[in-house]
Write a new protein. Structure first.
Length: 468
């Protein structure tokens, strides 16, 4: 399997480009190609041609993916700086995202789907083998552009598929650079990064040459992706966000867990699908919990991600900032109290004060929906059954957590949560080897670990008689 030159899909004409904004300033600092929908056919066609050879040699694919991981690490400084510039997160978090990207490439390079014999008492030797699907569309949001790109492309490539990767138009640059870096190790057209504005994503998801669409984003867009893929009966994997609840038990040590709980909600400016988005505290400890979280919100350093002292960067884009402001204002109008923050910061860029909301009515949208920003409602409960019922009373089902001193009791409570992953005394920590999936409106299909690899394969059964 020989490698070729890296490929990035280019616009058809010189003028087809769009501006990329720095969320720390609100100003454009670069442009990206705006691929036109009618150019997509050629991209998918080349991905199909590349697949015919790429699918044939598992051992060569593993070698190539390991080389791609090395190349990603070697370009770490450039990737991290560009990621922070377009996404806004602190530079240390961008470095961590690059490291996770390389680690995921290595993890999937080592996974090998083994044939599985079928024993059913018949005089036939039957075996399940695994075959790749074909070209995969990977559609990635703006909160973790590189990490989520690798979560999609690494298992797809390891399984023998080719990938057409489309990042969000808010964060196209670091993903384009990652594509160029990885493609130095790949055969031509095995991975193609396409950037552009809608309807490019919709056209890619519904393209008849795409055999699997893996998408991370909002529930409404996820529904549209599934509908589009249905036209060609393509497989879909959808991760559609969450409204994760953290339940604090009566025996919780508030000061001991406050830092972990705060950053489980506010990392990446709260723009994490599986971040803590609601806290339920026992009434006896409610004031202590609110005060502990508010104190941390008030002392968190907010600024440009390129500043070494920054702990919390800006919200990524204007529409998302408007959503955060709208949900906060509605909560305050509903009678909530801002124990910390509660407003946009008066400076250039898309900065919002880290906000802790107390006395929030349970029906307020900041509780019932996904705010996806630096705002955290804290709600009291009087009985544990009440807390569990409230935590589960949502259309989402991605993650949840339970916090307390008695770990056995906490585990019993965690087992009652209606979600894909439950944590005890921490939140939103994932191993590369574990499955990641939501229930209800949080998604369809499974990513992560061996499950993520098999999601990109189909079973192929061979029956052979014991005798002629």
């Amino acid at each position: 399997m020989s490698t070729g030159r890296p490929r990035q899909a280019s616009p058809g004409t010189v003028g087809e480009r769009f501006a990329v904004l720095d969320p720390a300033t609100g100003e454009a600092f670069e442009e990206a190609p705006d691929l036109q929908p009618d150019e997509l056919d050629a991209v998918v066609g080349r991905a199909h041609e590349a697949w015919l050879n790429w699918r044939t040699d598992r051992s060569a694919r593993a070698t190539v993916l390991l080389a791609a991981a090395d190349a990603t690490e070697a370009a770490g400084a450039e990737l991290a700086a560009l990621l922070t510039r377009e996404q806004g997160k602190p530079l240390s978090e961008s470095y961590a995202e690059v490291a996770r990207t390389a680690a995921r490439l290595r993890y999937f390079a080592e996974l090998d789907p083994r044939p599985r014999p079928i024993t059913d008492g018949r005089p036939v030797r039957s075996e399940i083998r695994w075959r790749p699907l074909g070209p995969v569309a990977a559609i990635v949001p703006w909160n973790f552009p590189l990490q989520l790109a690798s979560a999609k492309l690494a298992p797809a490539l390891a399984a023998g598929n080719t990938v057409v990767l489309k990042p969000s138009p808010f964060t196209p640059l670091a993903t384009r650079l990652l594509g160029s870096v990885i493609s130095t190790a790949l055969p031509e057209d095995v991975l193609t990064v396409v950037t552009g504005q809608e309807p490019l994503g919709a056209r890619l998801a519904s393209h008849p040459g795409i055999r699997h669409v893996t998408f991370t984003g909002s529930v409404p867009t996820g529904r549209a992706v599934a509908a589009g893929a249905a036209a060609s009966l393509g497989r879909v994997t959808l991760e559609l966000g969450g409204n994760d609840a953290a339940i604090l038990l009566e025996d919780v040590d508030v000061e001991r867990i406050a830092d972990r709980l705060f950053w489980a909600a506010f990392r990446n400016c709260g723009q994490v699908c599986m971040a803590v988005k609601r806290v339920y505290a026992p009434a006896r400890l409610y004031s202590d919990v609110v005060e502990a979280l508010a104190q941390r919100a008030k002392t968190t350093v907010v600024g440009s991600g390129l500043d070494p002292g920054t702990q919390l960067g800006p919200v990524n884009n204007i529409p998302q900032l408007a959503r955060v402001e709208r949900y906060t204002a509605q909560a305050l109008a509903d009678g909530a109290r801002a124990a910390a923050g509660g407003h946009r910061l008066d400076r250039p860029g898309y900065f919002h004060a880290p906000t802790i909301l107390a006395d929030v009515p349970p029906h307020s949208p900041v509780v019932t929906d996904e705010q996806f920003g630096p705002v955290l409602p804290v709600l009291p409960y009087r009985s544990l059954d009440e807390a569990v019922e409230a935590a589960n009373d949502t259309g989402f089902g991605l993650g949840g957590s339970v916090w307390g001193t008695d770990l056995d009791r906490a585990e019993v409570v965690a087992d009652r949560l209606e979600c894909g992953t439950a944590w005890i005394n921490h939140h939103a920590e994932l191993s590369l080897a574990q499955p990641f999936a939501g229930i209800k409106e949080s998604g369809v299909g499974v990513a992560g670990g061996p499950w993520g690899l098999y999601a990109n394969l189909r079973p192929f059964v061979v029956h052979r008689p014991e005798e002629v």
